[in-house]
Write a protein that binds this ligand. Structure first.
Ligand code: ADP
Ligand code: MG
Length: 248
């Protein structure tokens, strides 16, 4: 089998709260190849965000190993993890997390400020990603001047600007109406067809149906890991829905 992009071996995460120990992950072993589109499901408190934080090098495990692109990142220093994160991982959050006082284009440029990209290269790189998410004509808009779906597309462009190996999305449709959610899933599907590896947390079963593989967590363990039988095609579904609003 080709080397995995993500490989976790018996990943354990415990949080200490005074005298109590919270067992957030109780031994999670998964492999993901490049180019996969994986949905992570499970009830609240089952360990999904803890798992994503570890995959995203935002935290380190209590026990077990995590190999990212073949490199053991389980016990690296915070600084080294930050560097790996900037180079290899793009994040998309439920609440978009855009800075309100700067333009869409400047928001997309932000990760490039931290990784030493020369100023002259930042703008064209950011512009290319805004174009890739269909927002070339909105580059000077501020987040408040954009719809929720457009804001999430800006956040996705920002996640892509460093050409990451892996895009992690935690409930990216959680704040969106159902049509806009399908639009965002259409974008993720298109990115995935172009080779981007995506791991997406959702508690909505129908959103998971746009991925190719679904992992289910319960009580800190993976209780199910299987291909999505017939992934839904978001673009095809959109074609059958009437538009909700006329875009300004
Ligand atoms: P999910 O994202 O599936 O809702 P989480 O990974 O956020 O689950 O949480 C898993 C368990 O770990 C829960 O019991 C939660 O309360 C606990 N937990 C998560 N983060 C922390 C933390 N920073 N400190 C203490 N307990 C935590
Ligand atoms: Mg969570």
């Amino acid at each position: 089998m080709a080397e995995a992009l993500v490989e976790t071996q018996g990943l354990v995460k415990e949080y200490r709260l005074g005298p109590h120990v919270v067992h957030a992950l109780r031994g999670v072993s998964v492999r993901m190849r490049r180019g996969e589109f994986v949905a992570v499901m499970g009830p609240s408190g089952s360990g999904k965000s803890t798992f994503m934080n570890l995959l995203g090098c935002l935290d380190t495990p209590t026990a077990g190993r995590y190999l990212l692109d073949g490199e053991d990142v389980s016990h690296l220093s915070r600084d080294t993890l930050a560097r790996i994160r900037n180079q290899k991982i793009g994040f998309v959050f439920q609440g978009f997390n855009l800075l309100p006082r700067i333009s869409a284009l400047e928001n997309v440029e932000l990760p490039l400020l931290y990784d030493g990209t020369p100023p002259s290269e930042r703008r064209p790189k950011a512009r290319a990603k805004l174009e890739a998410v269909g927002l070339a004509d909105r580059e000077h808009h501020h987040p408040a001047q954009l719809s929720g779906g457009q804001q999430q597309r800006v956040a996705i462009a920002r996640a892509l600007v460093n050409n990451p190996l892996l895009v992690l999305a935690d409930e990216p449709t959680g704040n969106l109406d159902s049509r806009t959610s399908v639009e965002v899933m259409a974008l993720f599907q298109e990115l995935n067809r172009n080779g981007i590896t995506i791991v997406l947390v959702t508690h909505e079963a129908d959103i998971a149906q746009y991925a190719a593989r679904a992992l289910s967590f319960r009580d800190g363990k993976v209780i199910q890991d299987q291909p999505v039988a017939e992934p839904k095609d978001a673009e095809a579904l959109l074609a059958t829905l009437p538009p909700l609003e006329v875009e300004a």
